[in-house]
Design a protein around this ligand. Sequence first.
Ligand code: PLP
Length: 376
Amino acid sequence: MIYFDNAATTKVFPEVLDKIKIWSQDFYANPNSIHSDGQRSRMAVEESRRYIASFLGVPEDEIIFTSCATESNNTIIRGLAEGYPEKDEILISPIEHKSVLNPVRYLSKRGYKIRFLKVDSQGIVDLDDLNKKITPKTLFVSIIHVNNETGVVQDLESIGKVCKERDVLFFSDTVQSFCKIDINSDSVDFFSVSGHKINAPKGIGFFRRKKDIQLTPLLFGGGQEFGLRSGTENVVYIKALSETVRIWNENRAYFIKKLKDLSGKFINGLKTIIPDVEIVSENAERSPNIITVIFPKIDAQTFIMALNTEGIAVSSGSACSSGTPSPSHVLLSYGYSEEKALRAVRFSFGVDNTEEEVDILLEKIKDIFGKLSVFY
Ligand code: PLP
């Protein structure tokens, strides 16, 4: 397969993969044991934490390792609710990932008032609406940094400024932006990251929590990760994550230029083949690797299956809900009709994709579109 589904997950960098076996032997010991082998594992965890913290410009003890972003998002949302019982309103954007929407829905069943923020047709959250909806009862504001379906980037600095002025906590899911778009750490009290979106393995992630903010953990046990995430640390994958961040850090300009070049080539080529194709949020600031396209006439499921038959992997909606032919909640909140939203296909590029692969993609799209459009 030629893989253009990097917003769903990425392939592990080969140099990280090679080291995982060695690290599994070197750092097999429990980092909570006081013997030398245990302490070697502890050092590996703390060096990794230090590296990631310095990359983000935050204190080391504000980085909490978890198994994935879903765990991080649940820990933050449910942990805040327990920490501040006097506040019972939550403000969220309607374009959040399900790992944010569903824990918030869970809280709404337990009496919390959930208020959705307006977004415009390009998918940008309305700051005036945010300002109007904050009340003294607002527990936190949750706004995704880069949307996983459309790649649209929200202005964390401006949102953070409003939240700070109104004395409200600000949480952002930064899963799709981490390493690709700068995260203004000062502006955000909590943010979540997942390793498998940046070429680290699945099963490792972290969140950032500003130190002085109270958070009740989801898991109680041995008190690891500053008491916020009990359970023996996944030393090898923590090392794999920090090594992956190091590779991104050292190649960042090159990687980002490459992603932009691949996306630019794809958009230009696509418009030549199908002039009335629609690029979602074309005029908004978007991440360099995610493009959602609405094809004329042909529904997304048919297009994706036809591409799959030709050896090309892409998605519609979020990967987590792929296979469910219901329209994306993100596109509906941008104001798209259900029918149009069901024609949206997401192409997401990775740093290992090549220009030649984009040429093949465009050729296949031309063939498929030519063949299928006669039936509509
Ligand atoms: N948030 C966003 C924006 C995502 O794209 C995803 C994955 O699709 C997640 C959260 C969940 O990440 P994980 O698979 O690490 O739980």
